[in-house]
Design a protein around this ligand. Structure first.
Ligand code: TXA
Ligand code: MG
Length: 334
């Protein structure tokens, strides 16, 4: 089945578990021709282009309206393809790849000289991950080369977890959207760099937690500030990111009604059970971090579509399991 409209991109609906070979072949030939293809990963939808083609990557930046100094993640089938891009691949990088790939872990490594500077934001490292989503994997296999893909949304907007979010944000700026349904993790990959062979520096928290990583080395994570590792080593980690149109406020359950008192069409997102606070749109998300993360971005899109001017989110627990969710909420509100 497929749909298209005069203004929008071409959208092909594929089975998320067993995508149609013809659709995948068509997407791969578009990539070969330097085109942009949006596809589902297990985290969020990616906006894909040929990773070894600087001109194709420049099209990603134009489509997103993203500053050129931001590096883009290269998606690979597995470790052997990663070695086409990385000049050094430490024993620890290899251990992490074996433990978490395919899956939501991006490993930053020194780049080989042929890797285009457009991919790395002008820097000398490249972020690499092997996604686990069957559609992403089928596309990587058919294409046979690494695919550069940031999240498939305009710069600073909420990342897409459904094909409709991609169409809403990018419209005809993307050549083709493979619609493989909603993504299951709902939050972007964990990004790590490796220092001195044994230290794992978390540059962006994600669905692979610090606890998951501790089995493999000393894990360093510093909250973002002007001096932190994440800010120095990961130029794309702007304070403002993932922002809905509505003003987003994070508040303790007790103060939620106060936070929306000036709103004309308030939305509320609860952790677990709802409470009556006088909001027009009320959503209750799962009280566990994984379930909450999976639904968060789709709920923010939904509340924007419902016309909310203010969205108040109940502050999640201040525990490590909720680190990635709290990171995204902090950046959505600034
Ligand atoms: O889950 C994900 O990672 C999604 C899906 C599509 O795979 N992709 C994604 O890509 O979120 P993007 O481009 O929106 O996020 C890229 C971020 C950069 O802003 C930066 O923080 C970090 O990943 N990154 C990528 N390459 C890096 C590098 N060479 N050095 C440091 N940080 C890097
Ligand atoms: Mg993004």
């Amino acid at each position: 089945m497929q749909t298209s409209s005069a203004k929008g991109p071409r959208v092909i609906v594929v089975d998320g578990a067993h995508p149609d070979t013809r659709a995948i072949e068509e997407a791969a030939s578009l990539l070969r021709a330097g085109g942009l293809v949006a596809f589902p990963t297990e985290t969020v939808y990616g906006l894909g282009a040929r990773a070894l083609d600087g001109a194709a990557i420049r099209r990603i930046f134009e489509a997103k309206g993203r500053p050129a100094a931001h590096p883009v993640i290269a998606h690979v089938e597995g470790e052997s393809q990663a070695l086409l891009l990385a000049a050094e691949w430490s024993a620890l990088a290899s251990k992490l790849a074996r433990a978490f790939w395919p899956g939501p872990l991006t490993i930053v490594a020194p780049k080989k000289s042929h890797v285009p500077s457009e991919l790395t934001g002008g820097g000398d490292t490249v972020g690499i991950r092997a996604p686990s989503h069957p559609v992403a994997r089928a596309l990587l296999t058919a294409f046979g080369e690494p695919i550069a893909a940031p999240s498939a949304n305009r710069f600073q907007e909420v990342s897409p977890t459904r094909a409709a979010h991609v169409v809403k944000s990018l419209g005809a700026r993307v050549d083709l959207v493979l619609d493989g349904g909603c993504t299951d993790r709902g939050i972007e990959s964990t990004v790590v760099a490796i220092e001195e062979e044994t230290r794992i520096v978390v540059l962006r928290p994600g669905s692979i937690t610090l606890e998951d990583l501790r089995a493999f080395g000393d894990v360093v994570f510093e909250a973002r500030n002007a001096e932190s590792h994440a800010t120095r080593m990961s130029p794309g980690l702007d304070a403002k990111h993932y922002a809905p149109r509505a003003r987003l406020v994070v508040s303790s359950r007790h103060d939620m009604s106060l936070a929306i008192r000036d709103a004309s069409h308030a939305g509320a997102i609860f952790v677990g059970k709802k409470a009556e606070i006088g909001a027009r749109e009320v959503r209750a998300l799962p009280a566990d971090a994984t379930g909450f993360a999976a639904a968060l971005f789709a709920t923010l899109h939904d509340l924007d579509d419902a016309g909310c001017d203010v969205v108040v989110v109940e502050a999640p627990p201040d525990t490590e399991a909720w680190l990635a969710v709290r990171d995204r909420l902090a950046r959505a509100k600034s």
